[in-house]
Each structure stands twice: as C-alpha cells, then as structure tokens.
Design a protein around this ligand. Sequence first.
Ligand code: FAD
Ligand code: MLT
Ligand code: ZN
Length: 508
Amino acid sequence: MLSTRLASRRLAVPARRWKHTSSRPPLNSVTADDVAHFAKILPQNAILSTLPPSDLHASDIDQYNNDWMGKYHGNSTTVLRPQNTKQVSDIMKWCHERRIGVVPQGGNTGLVGGSVPILDELIINLGNMSKVRSFDPVSGALVADAGCILESLSEHIAPHNHIMPLDLGAKGSCQIGGNVATNAGGLRLLRYGSLHGTVLGLEVVLPDGTVLDNLTTIRKDNTGYDLKQLFIGAEGTLGIITGVSILTPPAPQASTNVILALPRFENVLPVFKTARLHLSEILSAFEFIDREAYDLAVKHGQGKALNEQDVEGAECFVLLETSGGKKEHDEEKLTGLLETLLEADEPLILTGVLSQSPTQFASMWRLREGITESVSKEGKAYKYDISIPLAAFKEVVDLTREHLRKQGLLHEEAVKQVIGYGHVGDGNLHLNVIAAAYTSEIQAALEPFVYELVASYNGSISAEHGLGAMKAHAIHYSKTGVAVDMMKKIKELFDPRGIMNPGKVLEF
Ligand code: FAD
Ligand code: MLT
Ligand code: ZN
C-alpha cells in the first residue's frame, strides 16, 4: 500500500493563493457546538476533532491536513469519516446552514493541493465508505461506494476476468471517488479512454445536503443534460461523490510489455507511429521516460534496471504495453516491431527488452510508476502536469532547466534536477522540478514561466491532476474568460454559499 508521507516541516507555499475576494461573508470555523451536533449524526469513532473537550492534538490529524507531497498544509480542527450517504447528507445540511467550508477527501494522493484545507475547513474523509454495491459480470457495470480503494476494486472484479478502466501509481491508496473527482488519467487512458466515457452514473451529495441519485448502470441515456459529467473533474467543488457506477472492460487475455532505449528524443515520435502501425488495437500503453527520470527510478530501487552497456548513450526510454487476446499472436507482432525499429538504416532504438514473466512485467511497470515516489524521495517536487505537442516534450524540459540555470538556481542547494516523463499516447508530459526545499524564490522562477511556456504551445496547464489550490489562479492560461465565467455561474448554482472546497479550481 502506498504510504501517505507526512510533512515534517511547514513551508509557506500555497496559503497566499487564497484571497477572500467574494462579496459573501467569510465562512465559519467549526466550533465545539458543531462537533456536538455531528455526534448526533455519526458514531464517536467517526469524529476526529481537536476542539475541547477532545483530548486529541493537531498531530493526531496531521495525515488529513497535509498532502502526499508535504507541500500543502491545512489547519482543520475536525475530520469526519461518515459510513453512508445519509450521514454525508446530514453533515452537509448542517454545514450549509452554518456556512462551514468543507473539503471532501479520498486517499489524499492528489498532487495539486486540492484534498487538504487551505484554512480550517471541515474535512470529510470518505475512507469509511468502502463497500462494493453491485457488479454485473455480463455488462461489467460496477457500482461502489466512493471510498473504495482503486486497487481493492481491481481485486474484487479480477475473479470475474474484468479490470478497472484506469490504473495509476497511487492505486493502493487513491479512492474511486477521488479518481472521478480529479478525472484521473493514468496508464490505461490510451486504451480505455477517460472517466468521462467510462463512468456510467454517480451518486452525489450536493452542498445543501440534497442527494442527487444518478447511479444508473445503463450505457445509453439521452434524456437531457448529462449532469454526472459536471462532477467528473470538479475536484470536490460542486458536491461530494458518494457512489460511482463504472463500466469495467474484460481483462485482456495476454499482456506483454517492453522497454525501449532510444538514442535520441527525436526518435520518440517515429517509434510511436511505427508502434501504432504494427500493433494497432493491441497497443495499450506508450509511456515516455527521459534519461534523468530513468536514472532516478533506478537509483531509488524502482523496478529492475536494464543492462548498463545496452542503455549507454540512451537519451530516453519508452515503456510500451500490449494487451490482446492471444499471447503468441501479440508476441509475434511485438517481435516484428522490434525488428523494424532495430533494422532501419539508422536504428530508431538502441535496445528493446521484452518482459518474459509476470514478475518482469511488473518490474518494468515499477520503473515507470515508481518515478513519482523516487522524485519525492530525492527532494521537494514542483510538479507540472501539462498537455503539449509531443514534439515539444524535450524542448520544454530543456527550456525550464536552462531558465533555472540562468536564474542561478540550478545547483544542489536549490534545484537539483529537472526531469520529464509521461503519457505519450495522451500528449501529457510530467515536468518535475526537484528542489532541496520549497522556497518562494524557486516558486517565483517557475511561475508564471511554465504556464506561459505551455500557453505558447496552446497547451493545457493541467492534463490530468487538476487545478486544486496550486493552479486555481492560473486557470486563464488554459480557459477563455467566457469559459471561466460559465464555470463560476455553475459553481454559484450548485454552491451559492461557496462552502464546497473553497479556493480550489476557481478563485472566489
Ligand atoms: P484525494 O487526493 O483525496 O482528492 C483529490 C481531489 O478530489 C480533491 O480536490 C478532493 O477534494 C476531491 N475528492 C476526493 N474524493 C472526493 C469525493 N468522494 N467527492 C468529491 N470530491 C472528492 N493522477 C492521474 O491523473 N494519473 C496518474 O497516473 C497519477 N498517478 C499518481 C501516482 C502517485 C504515486 C500519486 C501520489 C498520485 C498520482 N496521481 C495521478 C494523482 C492522484 O492520485 C489522483 O489524482 C487520484 O485520482 C486522487 O484520488 P484520491 O482518492 O487520493 O483523492
Ligand atoms: C504519473 O503519470 O506517474 C502520475 O501522473 C504522477 C506524476 O505525475 O508523478
Ligand atoms: Zn500521469
């Protein structure tokens, strides 16, 4: 299970972002009277509060107030862990009445500071809502409480030969409700598409406590507006997702992966094109890892490194996965691809290592999935999750590194490394700047520099992690004024008191 790493130091990065600019009165803090009211809704062990008469200390609820990276820190006094939708609804009715800000929290693996309070909002953690409600092995429709861990859902449906349509490195901790709230992409998007397509229905508790029950398992429903889409990727700013209905695909009968070492970044695009041509429908993932990211994952023991001589001179790597119906058939196609890539006048790859066993298969994935953990072991990460044209992946990493060098910040005590990895198939680069500490100097050097760079490619400043607290102020780099105004109207309609995850996605 992925461990939730807690911050050992408090660093003043994000709080400055939140300004009370709205014409509404400020939100109320949770009081001892509120906690007494929550005790009428929830059992005592579902309430964690540091307010008197409780003898809990702030450190007892640290894991809920601090994010996975140790970058964002809230000051909530109270965490509620409801067990069912009715309890969530009753809590929200009270918070609405009392104008108490609420942060919905899943596995707290989010990477943009969306899952922890900015000030002292109430945290509603969904971890106790973890029941599978139903699974139809014929249609593959799975209905589950929002607090179910992604990996547990995979395990639940595996005996029926189905898989979850999404997979990510945080699978051991993140929850399906959090995945939907962030519209998480991950490693299978190339094959199964986004949650906007695979989510069939949602049950959502609205900010005033009303339950919007849209937990259908049917695939086609053209009866007016598709409301569930609004909550997918809303990052908890419109309501609390309590139930998810999702279409799970049949498990592929044969999966293989291969790691390719490329002499030059410029070969990534031709390799991708050739792979698509050769593998067509069986290509299920195509992930990019630059040299520094690869070396970092190896350094931190993530997966098994390739033979050193074979990868000498490699500028970057690609992890390619196939998922098909027949092992021999798929392997034949893959071998054909490798031959083509190696046999060209100027070979496109230096080497290609095909996994030969389930252990090797997992180890190769570990090299890619483990980069996130390696980065956080190496230092403090400034994570930029961007959509840009594939041809610009390297350029953006190089330009950012050069910019930091010019600012005199590229050295061990400030920025240690700038690395790139990501989902080539989705045009999504993860640009990570690894620093010795979070400082306002590095922050100022990076922003708006990175956002302006992305905008110059007409890209998106958030391909999959969302805006959260980190990028709410920067939404205009990727959305027009008209779009932001429409979003504000939608927010106002659902949450006129502004209590849902305040300061996230939209600055109010
Ligand atoms: P949290 O972190 O708890 O919350 C995230 C946001 O969703 C917050 O704004 C929160 O308020 C809201 N939220 C949570 N639950 C609910 C709910 N029930 N109702 C309403 N709002 C809610 N992301 C990707 O997209 N692709 C990846 O490949 C990927 N890999 C990752 C790998 C690692 C190692 C880590 C640490 C993170 C990764 N992430 C990735 C980011 C993160 O895991 C995902 O965004 C994940 O979907 C968040 O789920 P969670 O349950 O942890 O949500
Ligand atoms: C990934 O693709 O590994 C995730 O989105 C997490 C990250 O960006 O580190
Ligand atoms: Zn990703």
